[in-house]
Design a protein around this ligand. Structure first.
Ligand code: ISE
Length: 335
């Protein structure tokens, strides 16, 4: 049995998903590539020997030839396309963010609950990254006692030209918000945001430094630096009562040359999280085949929480004060 998948959106992540589904996973038929640009859809379809290239996402979602949908189109399309897929009864793997506002996330939650079945897996792929998996396992086995603090660094080489000051919080940081919620297994109650005043903070991709407090009073600090220049670098160290666990990146070689030892950095997130993306997509296909959502993957509730923290973070940045996060009560549907 093969799950017939349609991919909507063929930008940087859409292209990567196409490669993973077409080349790396069993039990999947990547059947249709859809993009608003007919040329782009055809080009990507041809790269992977796929016959169907389309431009109308809603038509593709409704098609009887399609069992499930991957949404990798621009952020503002995520909610309407996800809602269309839920209404059509098609499972969705949606790139983050689930929506551009927490209010919109609630419309997805409502629709899913109305159907009475979890339909959405969200692309917070770090939950499948072997380093985060090992961190969570060590924590659960009690190796560092109770977790008390989580230090997170997230550095990109260069911010894209369309990045605004707030996008460090609304676009990059949600990965950290989700990873912290996943590792610590609790919600975030407040966020404070700082920027180094020695730099021009109106510059696109200026660094931000955040401090989050969880329900039980644990602290999470997050540096987002979208113009770090030297490489894609994500680090995390979880500090417990009797030890700490630091993430390691999958670096296979250390170069020794000209009196120096060095390790290479990736230019962006795809090589760093290649295995995480593969395992995430594999888990999604598995969940469709078994009709059981992945217990690890993030769902609509997680998408809502990450967006809510980001909204509070944007507010904290402009007000310069600690901002409390007000969530709706978690529906038992998502427990
Ligand atoms: C991008 O959208 C991602 O999801 C990357 O993982 C992140 O590193 C980058 O900052 C975001 O812009």
């Amino acid at each position: 049995m093969s799950i017939r998948v349609a991919l909507i959106g063929t930008g940087i992540m859409g292209m990567d998903h196409a490669r993973i589904f077409a080349e790396e996973l069993p039990h999947v038929e990547l059947r249709t590539i859809c993009d608003v640009s007919a040329e782009r859809a055809r080009y990507v379809a041809d790269q992977f020997g796929i016959q169907h290239a389309e431009t109308d996402a809603l038509k593709v979602i409704a098609s009887k030839e399609i069992d499930a949908v991957v949404i990798a189109s621009p952020d503002h399309t995520h909610t309407p396309l996800t809602l269309a897929a839920i209404k059509a009864g098609k499972p969705v793997l949606c790139e983050k963010p689930l929506a551009t506002s927490s209010q919109e996330c609630l419309t997805v939650i409502e629709e899913e609950m109305k159907l009475g079945k979890k339909m959405v897996q969200l692309g917070f792929m770090r939950r499948f990254d072997p380093a985060y998996t090992a961190m969570k396992k060590d924590l659960l086995q009690g190796k560092i006692g109770q977790a008390v603090m989580f230090h997170c660094f997230h550095r990109n080489v260069e911010a894209p030209a369309n990045f605004t000051g707030q996008m460090a919080i609304s676009n990059s940081a949600p990965h950290e918000f989700d990873a912290a919620r996943f590792i610590l297994d609790e919600e975030v109650n407040s966020i404070s945001v700082f920027q180094p005043q020695c730099l021009d903070t109106s510059k696109v991709g200026a660094p931000v430094f955040m401090v989050l407090e969880t329900e039980s009073g644990r602290l999470i600090n997050i540096e987002i630096n979208n113009n770090a220049a030297y490489g894609y670098d994500v680090r995390g160290e979880l500090v417990g009562e009797k030890g700490s666990i630091a993430l390691r990146s999958p670096v296979l070689t250390e170069l020794h040359s000209e009196l120096q030892a060095s390790e290479a950095y990736a230019a962006d997130w795809r090589p760093r999280f290649a295995e995480a993306y593969r395992l995430q997509n594999k888990a999604w296909i598995q969940s469709i085949m078994t009709n059981t959502p992945s217990p690890i993957a993030s769902d609509s509730w997680d998408g809502y929480c990450a967006t809510l923290i980001a909204e509070a973070g944007v507010q904290a940045l402009s007000s310069g004060t600690k901002t409390l996060i007000h969530r709706i009560e978690k529906p038992t549907f998502y427990l």
